[in-house]
Design a protein. Structure first.
Length: 484
């Protein structure tokens, strides 16, 4: 049996969800189109060309081919919805996001292809000019900073873009079909022109970092590296006190590394699914290749320390010291081992000793920055970052040597989260266009310094200007030259 053509004219399709209060209802009106080539033959494919409008004003299109006897055997359909009013979805937004929507448009482009029961689905979703209104009293709302998250996702034109990659083809971003060298770049369209927040370290080498900075400059977007200690209120106070200090003689940094499990074992973390062996092997090989390129003349020990100590943990201390004092003028000395590292820097006449020690038998993490001047001492200590809202502490000591009088204050500046503050700083940079304190260029200097540490150790020689502009190729932006 076959039907040559089905003609649709002035049709309508309505949908309602009465489980919500208030109820949700919408529909497609003014449906026009055709379905041609309907047949009972197993390999037949009917062509679909249907158009309409949601609430009369938002165009809808459904086009493609489908096997009407079994859509699981063959389907190739594209669906598009354009300029849908987001306030229509207030019943869902109010219940699950916790806010009503006052403004916004939704455009989606969906594509589903099934061939022999194998699904390939791609969803491109664009939300334009989304603005939330009043907070609702919904008990089902997610406990997340929804407004902040949406603002961070917006590009320069006020659009929020999402791309859902084929869920039945891949299991996640680690799937070998995405990581394969010839895999399609599913993310390129969604992330073009987007601001970027990257965790430390931003990359494995200065060359990679320079490419990232250049790409961000070319796209005109913010590139920021996550260093939460730079956004801790106690760090701000330490920097203020440091600026007032006269005749500083030594900065000593000591980090006592701790076992991780005692800090996180009581949290209800989701179980981690192991990566497929071939994926894990591929990622490891890629990392090793990048590490080797960054440390081409290094020994095996130096490469291990570079990856597992300098880039993984000590980069925090290096960035915080640079945030306090600026750029080092000289790298005097480096001693490297897998369980302890010492780096000696100079900032003009001020020597700086940085010590990292792994203490796996003591669950008492501490990172200490101690600055010494003739009549004043500053000591900033950070607790483990896994202690939620545990405050950093600033100690200030002073005295009068002629009388023997001395004093010490211990200050808790606040319990604000550095992790939250850095996201707020990212948002501020997006809105104002000002570079964040930990910009891509700032993070790049840390990677250059880590490479200089390996070079100094390997040659048993000091390195002058170890984060100097020569490593940037003159890549500083006009804004950063102005604000430096």
């Amino acid at each position: 049996m076959s039907v040559k053509k089905i003609l649709l004219h002035a049709g309508a399709a309505n949908f309602s969800d009465l489980s919500l209060q208030p109820n949700f209802a919408t529909g497609i009106q003014s449906i026009e189109g055709t379905v041609t080539g309907l047949s009972s033959k197993p390999n037949s494919r009917a062509k679909v060309d249907i158009h309409g409008a949601v609430d009369q004003f938002s165009p809808v299109a459904i086009t493609g081919e489908v096997n009407v006897l079994s859509a699981a055997l063959y389907t190739d359909l594209s669906l598009s919805f354009r300029n849908m009013e987001l306030s229509t979805f207030n019943p869902y937004s109010g219940k699950f996001a916790g806010y009503n929507i006052t403004k916004g448009k939704l455009t989606t482009e969906l594509h589903y292809k099934v061939d022999g029961r194998k699904l390939d689905a791609q969803h491109h979703i664009i939300v334009e000019q989304l603005e939330f209104g009043d907070k609702t009293a919904s008990k089902d709302a997610v406990s997340l900073p929804v407004k902040l998250a949406v603002s961070l996702l917006k590009d320069r034109n006020g659009k929020t873009q999402f791309l859902l990659i084929p869920t039945n083809v891949v299991t996640g971003i680690e799937d070998k079909q995405i990581l394969a060298a010839d895999a399609a770049n599913y993310f390129a369209a969604a992330w073009a022109g987007r601001h970027v927040f990257v965790e430390k370290p931003m990359c494995f080498s200065a060359a990679e970092g320079q490419a990232m900075v250049a790409a961000a400059d070319q796209a005109g977007v913010i590139l920021m590296v996550g260093y939460p200690k730079r956004y801790d209120p106690a760090f701000t106070r330490m920097r203020e006190e440091t600026a007032e200090l006269e005749g500083a003689r030594l900065l000593r940094v000591t980090t006592s590394e701790s076992p991780l499990r005692p800090y996180i074992g009581h949290y209800p973390l989701l179980p981690r699914v192991p990566l497929p062996a071939e994926v894990a092997d591929g990622l490891r090989a890629d990392s090793q290749q990048r590490i080797k390129a960054a440390t081409s003349t290094a020994t095996d020990l130096e490469r291990q320390v570079y990856e597992m100590v300098l880039l993984d943990t000590l980069v925090h201390e290096l960035n915080t010291v640079r945030g306090l004092l600026g750029e080092p003028t000289r790298l005097d000395y480096a001693s490297l081992a897998l369980d302890h590292v010492t780096v000696m820097l100079r900032f003009g006449d001020l020597p700086t000793a940085i010590h990292w020690i792994d203490l796996p038998g003591i669950a008492r993490y501490e990172m200490e920055f101690a600055l010494y001047a003739p009549d004043r001492r500053l000591r900033l200590t950070f607790p483990s970052p896994f202690l939620r809202n545990e405050a950093a502490v600033l100690e200030i000591e002073g005295g009068t040597g002629s009388t023997g009088r001395s004093w010490r204050t211990e200050e808790v500046v606040g319990y604000e989260s550095g992790f939250k503050n850095e996201l707020m700083a990212f948002h501020d940079s997006i809105v104002t266009g000002r570079p964040p304190p930990t910009s891509g260029r700032d993070g790049l200097r840390d990677v250059i310094l880590c490479q200089a540490i390996i070079d100094s150790h390997h040659r048993s020689a000091p390195v002058d200007d170890p984060t100097g502009p020569g490593g940037f190729g003159g890549m500083e932006s006009p804004q950063e030259r102005t604000t430096a």
